[in-house]
Design a protein around this ligand. Structure first.
Ligand code: SF4
Ligand code: SF4
Ligand code: FES
Length: 254
């Protein structure tokens, strides 16, 4: 099927899981899906809200959990712009097994001990493991041992739980645009580093934002642990994906 490049004002019609939806040129498949109340899982991409302090959506395109099939080809929904007549497969057995595989790989690659993790109950990775009914990963644990950095007065940074999504790198900056977090090295040596000086002077609000935007428990704000008790956390009552509400109709079906 041929794809036409859309102009900015154009309304685009595409199909996701057999449902015909309208999108604006320039939107990604993920943005179009969210606008229409269709859930596509994410780990690195994040929709801008007042709560997370983001002014624009971010999509580093690092995790591939949002993989969909577009006209039969696998693509990342968060980085692929919509085009007229796209046929998108999303909620299929094949793609959900692929997503489960990514979750399993992330679990064996890091060190995740959920019962002792401050993020438990609010963690996107843990919530996706529940969603895809992960019991025991089909891969061998890497048993990696990574540095925990507790030198910052406001943040605890545990690299054992970091999934290298890069949200912190893109989202946490000083007013003049300096990044507090950065990416270092490649392959299995790659990791996130903090600018010690900048992080030392991080404000209360930014420390809270850093903990909030991290999808897992790698960035923890000191002295705020267990502010929200177990049983009242983000995914304690409703599983991940159930928060997706059509922003046009606010979930009210006609
Ligand atoms: S970061 Fe998430 S998956 Fe990892 S130990 Fe904490 S709660 Fe579990
Ligand atoms: S520290 Fe958190 S936000 Fe930053 S890359 Fe790691 S998992 Fe992502
Ligand atoms: S959410 Fe799309 S690549 Fe991470």
């Amino acid at each position: 099927m041929s794809e036409t490049i859309a102009t900015a004002s154009e309304t685009i019609t595409l199909t996701i899981d057999g449902q015909e939806i309208q999108a604006k040129a320039g939107q990604t498949i993920l943005q179009a899906a969210q606008k229409n109340g269709i859930y596509i899982p994410t780990l690195c991409a994040l929709h801008a809200t007042k709560e997370n302090g983001l002014k624009t959506d971010i999509a580093p395109g690092t995790c591939r959990i949002c993989t969909v099939k577009v006209n039969g080809r696998t693509m990342a929904a968060c980085t692929t712009p919509v085009a007229q007549d796209f046929i998108v497969e999303n909620d299929t057995e094949e793609l959900n097994d692929l997503r489960k595989t990514i979750v399993e790989l992330l679990f064996v690659e890091g060190n995740h001990f959920c019962p002792s993790c401050e993020k438990s109950g609010s963690c996107d990775l843990q919530a996706l493991a529940y969603r895809y009914q992960m019991l025991s990963p089909r891969f061998r644990y890497a048993f990696s041992s990574r540095e925990v950095n507790a030198e910052s007065p406001k943040l605890l940074f545990d690299r054992n739980r970091c999934i290298l999504c890069r949200r912190c790198v893109l989202a946490i900056t000083t007013e003049d645009g300096k990044q507090l977090f950065g990416f270092t090295k490649r392959g299995d040596k790659s990791g996130i580093i903090m600018d010690e000086e900048l992080v030392k002077n991080i404000s209360e609000e930014q420390a809270q934002q850093a903990m909030h935007i991290c999808p897992v428990g790698a960035i923890i704000r000191k002295e705020k642990g267990f502010d929200t008790p177990f049983g009242q956390r983000k995914y304690d009552h409703n599983p991940i994906g159930s928060e997706t509400v059509c922003t046009t109709c606010n979930g009210e079906k006609s």
